[in-house]
Each structure stands twice: as C-alpha cells, then as structure tokens.
Design a protein around this ligand. Structure first.
Ligand code: DGL
Length: 285
C-alpha cells in the first residue's frame, strides 16, 4: 500500500505500555494521525523469548505497514525493539522505523553514582542491550533489574500486585543516595513502567531521577518524517485510532485513563476528567 504525508503513523506495543510513548508522540506531532496497535492477546512479551517476540512483531508490523499503509512505524516496546528492529528495517528499508531502548545514554550524562535499569528479562538479556551498555556506559556502574510480572500487572491494572512488585524491584535497584555505590538514577526500560512511576517513587528518596524514552522517541520520529518529506501539513487534524489483538473496550478504557483528552482522539470521546490520572500515577495505587 502506498503511503504519503496524509497516511497515519503506526505505533505498537505488546499492550498498553506504548500509550506512554503515544502521549509524547501526539504532543510533538499534533497534526498526525496515529494507529495504535496493542498486541494484548499475546502479551506480555518480556518473559517469552526472542523467537516468539520476533514472530509477533513481524505479524503486527505487517498488519500496520501492508494492511493499513502507515508512513512510519514506532516500535513503542523495548522488548520488541531488542528482538526485531534489525529484521523490520531489512524488510522495509524505505520506511522510517523508530525503536525504543532504555535511556542509558541520558542516565550516564546525568548520574554521579549508580544507575538502575528496570526492564523486562527479554530486553536485559538481549545483545542490543549488551551493546548499548558497552557503548553508552562502559565505565558506569549499572544494576540491571529484570522486573518479571510488572508489565503484566500494569496491563491488568492490579494495584496490589503493582505495589508489591515495585517494592521488590526498587529494593533490588537500591540502595539509593548520592554516595559512592548508591543509585541516583532509575531508567524505566519498559514502556509500561511510566504508568507506575508514582508507585516506584514511593520506594526511593525524592532526589532520585527517573528517566523514560517518550520524548526522545517522538523527536526522532519527527526528524525522520521531516527528512522523508512525510510530515502532515499544519492544517491536518490529528487523531488516534486504537486497534489490536485483544479486548478493544479495555484498550479504550486504558487510553481514556492515560492519555490527555485531545480533539480527534477516538478513545477520548467520552472522557471523564475525574477518571483520568497522569501517566506518572496509577489509580488507587
Ligand atoms: N512494553 C514493553 C517493553 O517496553 C513490553 C512489556 C511486556 O510485554 O512484557 O518492553
């Protein structure tokens, strides 16, 4: 299918996590139309192994690129990026494709002590993460914390389980402080985790910084679209279409909860502002 500047941008994740990236994309690119694909029927990806994640990523990307004719693809999932970004670029060499990776480079620039990377087991075990660590942080003290179950608990909005898992993983990420060998920076290396930042923060001093990747990913997407002459015109009405392999009403409810209402956002039609929380906090958690 031929894509042009009026075509939508495809964004995908194993589930609701990529909404944290979509929010930043929409802010940086208000005139664009987005198709957000949540592969909920096959989530979580993080503990399933590379072959599974690669197969799912190729299937979803094929749906977005060939089926819906997107003009760019944002892989809003660290686990899928680590497992499949090279294959995606080889399959669609002319298509702007943006992946996400844990914000280790900005963490190294900001940290004076130890850096904790919270991510899925798949991301942390990947060759891509090993290379990132070797190039971005060869001398930094980095503690990698695989957060089994956390993306799944966020997916199910299970406040009790989110609380328990955040407590356990922040314990592994510490001790926190500004002294030698203490953690002063926490990298959220999974796009689900920004929705639990409020809970994670409760387990660390206020001075600890939390980094995610939404903003840099949206800037990179804008840059690639500009270079390709594919930016939507300033008169274009932006919007969001939600789709996926799972329960659409549940995805719409998550989008209402986590995305700021915006004109054209299908899932925001009947947003009740009282129901909405910022991406930094989960309800009742
Ligand atoms: N949101 C994803 C990531 O950034 C994947 C979470 C999962 O499905 O395990 O890694």
């Amino acid at each position: 299918m031929h894509a042009d500047a009026r075509s939508p941008i495809g964004v995908f994740d194993s589930g609701v996590g990529g909404l944290s990236v979509l929010e930043a994309l929409r802010e940086a690119l208000p005139h664009e139309r987005f198709v957000y694909y949540a592969d909920t029927a096959h989530a979580p990806y993080g503990e399933r192994g590379d072959a599974y994640v690669l197969a799912r990523t190729l299937a979803v990307a094929n749906d977005l690129v060939e089926g819906r004719g997107v003009k760019a693809l944002v892989v809003a999932c660290n686990t899928a990026t680590a497992a499949a970004i090279h294959e995606l670029r080889a399959l669609w060499p002319g298509l702007p494709i943006v992946g996400v990776e844990p914000a280790l480079k900005p963490a190294v620039a900001a940290s004076r002590g130890r850096i904790a990377v919270l991510a899925t087991r798949g991301t942390l075990a990947s060759a891509k993460f090993r290379r990132l660590q070797e190039t971005a942080a060869p001398r930094a003290q980095v503690v990698a914390v695989p957060c089994d179950g956390l993306a799944d608990a966020i997916e199910r909005a299970d406040a009790g389980e989110i609380d328990a898992l955040c407590a356990r993983y922040m314990q592994a990420a510490g001790p926190f402080g500004a002294g030698a060998g203490e953690t002063d920076t926490v990298v959220l290396g999974c796009t689900h985790y920004p929705f639990a930042t409020g809970v994670l923060r409760r387990h660390a001093p206020a001075s600890v910084r939390f980094l995610d990747t939404g903003a840099p990913v949206s800037l990179r997407t804008r840059q690639l679209l500009a270079e390709a002459g594919l930016l939507a015109g300033p008169g274009a009405a932006g919007g969001i279409e939600l789709t996926g392999s799972g329960d659409l009403p549940a995805l719409e409810a998550a989008a209402r909860r986590w995305l700021a209402p915006a004109p054209g956002a299908q899932a925001s039609k009947d947003t009740d502002p009282a129901q909405r929380v910022t991406p930094q906090a989960l309800p009742a958690a």
